[in-house]
Every structure is written in C-alpha cells, then in structure tokens.
Design a protein around this ligand. Structure first.
Ligand SMILES: Nc1nc2c(ncn2[C@@H]2O[C@H](COP(=O)(O)OP(=O)(O)OP(=O)(O)O)[C@@H](O)[C@H]2O)c(=O)[nH]1
Ligand SMILES: [Mg+2]
Length: 677
C-alpha cells in the first residue's frame, strides 16, 4: 500500500446552492459504494450525512459531515456541505482541506447564487472541480443551459462528458460521450444495476457532434490532444480520459455529468468521474508553510515525509470530543508525540478514528492524504497545525468571519447561568462563527452569529444537547463604527487619594485607516519628550488599546489608529501610572467624539430570481428597503435582480417575496461588507 497509496486517495466535497440535492446524491454515493445498506432520504429525516436532530427535522444540512468510501480500489473521503448561507464557514473550512469538488446544480434552477459563492470560494482555495447537473427528472430540466451558465456566469470551462436520454420527456438514462455507451439504471434495485442500451436512433448525430465538441474543447485545454486533433490522428478513449484528467487538475476543464439523485440515475458514472478526473494528493504541488522563524518550508505530500496535519473542525461524535484532521504528509500512530505548531505545545496522540458521518472506528495509524479524527486535547482548536516535533511547519490559519446578527439571551432558570456559559463555550469550540459576550456591568448575555437561522439553531442546541432552556430577545443586526476624520485630544485626570493626588495627563491622535486595516495603537512620543518609564508607557498603551475597541455609540470600532503623542507630569514633575492609564482611556474617548464617527451596518448581496412580470413590484419594494439594484438580467421566464440591501431591512423578506411573486420567486443573500448606505 505504501508507494501507491497517495494515488489511490481522493478527498472531495459536494457543494451547491441550498436544496440542490447534495445530501441526496451523497446518500447514493454511500449506498452504491456499499458503505450503507439502504438509501436514506433527506425528506424522511433519515439521511446518514444529515445526522444532527435539527438537520433531520429541518431537512437541511447544517454541519458538514465526513464519510469514507471505497470505489474502484480508491479510498474516497467525502464531505457533504451545507448550502444555506448562515453555515458558509462549513464550506470554507471543508474547501481548505479538500483536493477536489463535485459542483452540483439543480437542472431547473441552473447556476444559483449560492453556487456562485462556493465556486469562487473553490477558486480561492485552488480546488479542482467536476460538475453534476442534478434533478434531470424535473419538468423544465435543461442540461445545456446549465452547462452554458457554468461558462457564462462562473467563468468555468465546462466540458460535457455525457448527454441525458429522455423517453417521452421522462429522464431515463445517460450517454457517455467518450465511450459512446448509453445506459439506464435499473429501478428494480434502486439503480444499482446499470443496463447498457443502444444509443436512441434519433440521438446518433447529436452524440457525434457532442463528442466532436468535447474533443475540440479538450484540444483548447491540452497540447497533446491539440496536436493529435490537428494531425487528424485517431484519439483513443484512454487518451481523452488522461488529457481530461490533466486539464481538470490544471483548472482548464470541468467535466460535466448529469443525472437524478432522487431517482437513482447517473450516480455511478459520477463516482467514476471522481476517480478518473479529480486529483489524488500526489498530483498536487508540495505543501507550503513556515518554520518557527517565519521562513518558508515545504513538505512533499508523501507518507515518507515528516508528519503534518491541519485541524479543520472540532465536533462531538459518539460522546467523544474529536478534532478532525487532514493529514498532508507523513504518518501518525497512536502513542506518537506530536507538536501543535499553532499553540506551541506537544501532546501524545491517544486514539485515532476513521469518520463515518455520525459513527467512528478506531484505527492504529493514519497517513498522508487521509481525513481522520483524534481525541481532542486541551487547548487544541480549529485551524491549528500539527506536525512532527523534529520538523516544525506552520500552515496558514483559517480565515475568520464577521458575525452580522445578534440576539440577547437569558436562562429560563437563573441557576442555569453558569451552565449556559459553559455550554456556549463548548459550542463555540465547534463553531467559531458563534460569538458569546456578557456585558460586565448589566450581566446581559449576547450571542452573535451569521444569521437568524444560525442563532436559532444554536439556541435549540442549548436546549437539546446541553439541557438548558433560554429566552431570547428579537434578533438585531451587528453594527460597527468607523472614524470620520483625524483628531487630537488631551485628557487630564486628578483625584485626591489619602494624602496624595493621583494625576494623569495624556494626549492622543486618532485617525481613520483604510478598510480592513483593523485597529492599531502605538506609543509615539516625539523626540525630546521627557523620559517615560517603560511600565508607565505600557500601562498607557494598554488602557488606550482597551478604550479604542468601542466607539461613542457602543459599537465595535473598526479601521482606526490611536497614537499616544504626549504623557504629562503633575506640578511636582511626577508621573503617576494609575492616573496616566485613566487619562489615556479618556483621551481616546474624547478624540473619537471630536473626530466623529459613522455607523457601519452589514450590507448583503441579494439575488432575487423571479418571472419578468413581478420585476417592477420587486424593484419598488427594494427601494423602500434602501436597496441599491446593481444589475438586472432580464428574461421572461427567469429574471435575476442583483442588489445590495442593508441586512436590517431584509427581515421577513421571504414572506414579502412570496406575496409579490405568488410563490414563484426565490432569493438568496450573503454578507458583503460593513458599510453605511
Ligand atoms: N426531483 C428531484 N428532487 C431531488 C433530487 N435530488 C434531491 N431532490 C430533493 O431536493 C430536496 C433537497 O435535497 P437535499 O439533498 O437535502 O439538498 P441539499 O443540497 O443537501 O440541501 P442543503 O444541505 O440544505 O443545502 C429534497 O426534498 C430532495 O428529495 C432529484 O434528483 N430530483
Ligand atoms: Mg444537504
């Protein structure tokens, strides 16, 4: 197994807009590979991959699930991700550790907004893709349009490798363009048996021209095929497949398959596509990180290399708190001592587990290319790099996300307060997008998260998993503040204390910074300024840092710089550290007020899909919501409005959309930026 193992592994995810059928297709993949003995359905609340109670009840995926299957002698690690925008961090962290993706589309809806988002996320993480046009059984399914949209909307290079077969407008099978084989999927055994059928007579020409187009497109992406094509040489099936694999891994092609998850059609050829076209770890370039001095280091993605892994998720499964790890290089064994390069501490690996959605199996070791879990140890967190103590490497952390919605909570029973804090800390460990704050003065508890659904799911988890009931206020958007101008202010503090006078005198300058610069604070005393003892300077700096966190309206300040430019002494020439600290905080608050602030609120990119006849009403409703329409793709059947709207004005939008479009409209939104509109 050692030498070829990394060529026989695929780490893949399924990604798409909400409800496109990711979990439904994943369930078939589990079934045909023999991982499960029956097909479990989302709509029956039984799906293996949607194993949380709330996922089963709501019929949506909330948390990404990992499962391992075997197909054609390959180990495939499969992650089914959520499509709802509130859980987009699950997609983000999955993409971070995946080598390939099945991008899934609803054949009727085509490329929907959230599929655009995940496509661009996959671009950012350089993850190769194949596409599956699902729901071909639905009336109005349009394979060609979906292929066109992958090109026109997503800027991808789709190469259809199949054509759908319809019998009296009912989807019944697919034609593989490379082998020119037509197939049906036997309904008697839930599509397990694939039946070869002749190419329907009226499709023969279509198949030849689609095959010709496949080779032409491939010639554009691959020199070897281009040469053979120009010379008019015969191009074998094997040559096509090898070239398509090269082009897919080089991001020059996206092979497109089609089928119907629900009707058990077209799944096995898609699984073949995963093996044939998506990269094995060995196909990827060396892993790049930094050593403890910050110098770049590389690791070959091989078992022979020193160990390196990345924690992409913490989750409780079978009552065990587990850290999910993508192993990039080397091998880890139970009992090994491993170094956590992020937390700078060593620990011993107790148990290693293979993941089968909600079930785990213990294994003695795991090697490069695998997705496994270890029992979490204290201090370990999502985004940590683990490595061999003798060969340190630190990988880039996961990107953080800004929460946009908040809700106040209080325990139904006051005795539960400590338990709530403990439980929320445990949930935060699994879900870093959930922020919990307690107002020190009022004792109010506030949850911040990615949206209404996210916060609702967390409160429900508190009740069910942690046995604490909470009362919640109504959800509010999270705001921030930014400075309008530069300002300099001085603050003095004087108070008699016993026989002494505590005095402080500090001057600060504040100024707005460019977007996404964060907060910066420094001691910037001009040359010739009287000597300040280091501990006084440090104390003033810390007080200024604390004071600069919040603006005059009580919201988080963003993109600001504070410089302490003078620290004064009392009449006797003494500098009191306590007085100086108090004056520093006061000076920052005064300077903020003098500079003036603007309130930034979460703005959402909203995409609304509807028939053309409702567009006028939708536009005027958007104006009332202070929305800015950026673009309108007009089409009698399916127009799309792209708009930017403040999140606070999007509460209850689904109801309104339903009324305006008589239930035929659809919308999605994702966070764009904090800004004022
Ligand atoms: N007609 C038809 N319906 C399908 C097909 N695949 C899935 N569905 C249905 O579409 C709905 C959503 O399916 P899911 O598999 O939960 O979709 P998902 O993409 O996992 O959804 P999220 O995880 O919530 O983003 C369910 O009611 C499925 O039964 C299909 O091929 N044809
Ligand atoms: Mg799902």
């Amino acid at each position: 197994m050692a030498a070829s193992r990394k060529d026989n592994v695929r780490n893949i995810g399924i990604m798409a807009h909400i409800d496109a059928g990711k979990t439904t297709v994943s369930e078939r993949i589990l079934f045909y590979s023999g991982r499960t003995w029956r097909i479990a359905e989302v709509h029956d609340g039984q799906a293996t991959m949607d194993f949380m109670d709330q996922e089963r009840e709501r019929g949506i995926t909330i948390s990404s699930a990992v499962n391992e299957i075997e197909w054609r002698g390959h180990d495939i690690y499969l992650i089914d991700t959520p499509g709802h925008v509130d859980f987009t961090v699950e997609v983000e962290r999955s993409l971070r550790v995946l080598d390939g993706v099945i991008a899934l589309y609803d054949a009727v809806a085509g490329v929907e907004p959230q599929s655009e988002t995940v496509w661009f996320q996959a671009n950012r993480y350089h993850v190769a893709r194949i596409a599956f046009v699902n729901k071909m059984d639905r009336p109005g399914a349009d394979f060609d349009r979906c292929v066109r949209e992958i090109h026109d909307i997503l800027g991808g290079h789709p190469i259809p490798v199949q054509l759908p077969i319809f019998d009296n407008q009912v989807f019944c099978g697919v034609i593989d363009l490379i082998s020119r084989k037509a197939m049906r999927f036997d309904e008697a055994d839930q599509g397990s048996s694939i039946i070869d059928i002749p190419i329907p007579g009226d499709m023969a020409d279509q198949v030849e021209s689609a095959r010709e187009s496949l080779i032409e497109k491939l010639a554009d992406a691959d020199d070897e095929i281009a040469e053979a094509y120009l010379e008019g040489a015969d191009i074998s099936e094997e040559q096509i497949k090898t070239a398509l694999r090269r082009a897919t891994i080089a991001f020059k092609a996206v092979p497109v398959f089609c089928g119907s998850g629900l009707k058990n059609k077209g799944i096995q050829p898609l699984m073949d596509g995963v093996v044939d076209y998506l990269p094995a770890p060995g196909d990827l370039s060396a892993l790049v990180g930094t050593d403890f001095k910050g110098n770049p280091v590389e690791h070959e993605r091989s078992e022979k290399e020193k160990f390196c892994g990345f924690i992409f998720k913490i989750q409780q499964i079978e009552a065990k708190r587990l850290a999910f790890i993508r192993i990039y290089s080397g091998v880890m064994h139970e009992g090994d001592t491993i170094f956590n390069a992020t937390q700078k501490q060593s620990f011993k690996i107790k148990h290693i587990f293979r993941l089968y959605a909600n079930r785990v199996d213990r294994v003695e070791s795991a090697a490069a290319g695998e997705l496994v879990a270890i029992a979490k140890t204290k201090g370990m967190a999502t985004g940590d790099t683990l490595c061999d103590p003798s060969s340190q490497i630190l990988l880039e952390k996961l990107q953080s996300t800004d929460p946009v919605m908040s809700i106040s909570i209080e325990p139904e029973s006051i005795k539960d307060k400590d338990k709530i804090v403990e439980s929320l800390n445990a949930i935060h460990e699994e879900d870093p997008t959930l922020i919990f704050e307690e107002d020190e003065q009022t004792g109010d508890m506030l949850l911040r998260g990615m949206g209404e659904l996210h916060l609702e799911v967390v409160c429900e988890r508190l009740r069910r998993e942690y046995n604490v009931a909470v009362r919640t206020g109504s959800p509010n958007v999270v705001c921030k503040e930014a400075l309008l101008s530069e300002a300099t202010e001085n603050a003095q503090f004087e108070r008699e204390h016993e026989d002494d006078v505590i005095y402080g005198n500090v001057t600060v300058t504040v100024r707005p910074l460019d977007r996404d610069s964060g907060l910066q604070c420094k001691l910037d005393l001009p040359e010739g300024h009287p000597y300040i003892r280091p501990e006084v300077g440090d104390g003033a700096l810390q007080a200024a840092k604390d004071a600069m966190l919040y603006g005059p309206n009580g919201f988080e300040m963003t993109d600001a710089e504070v410089r302490i430019i003078a620290i004064g002494s009392d009449a006797k020439g003494q500098i009191n550290p306590i007085g100086t600290r108090i004056a520093a905080g006061e000076a920052v608050r005064n300077a903020y007020k003098k500079a003036g602030v603007r309130i930034l609120e979460p703005l959402m990119a909203v995409d609304i899909i509807s028939a053309e006849d409702s567009i006028g009403d939708l536009m005027s409703d958007l104006t009332q919501r202070k929305g800015i329409v950026e673009n309108l793709d007009s089409d009698p059947l399916r127009s799309v409005i792209h708009a930017v709207v403040p999140l606070r004005n999007m509460f209850g939008y689904s109801m309104k959309l339903r009324t305006i479009t008589h239930g035929r409209g659809n919308f999605s939104m994702h966070f764009l930026r904090f800004d004022s509109i």
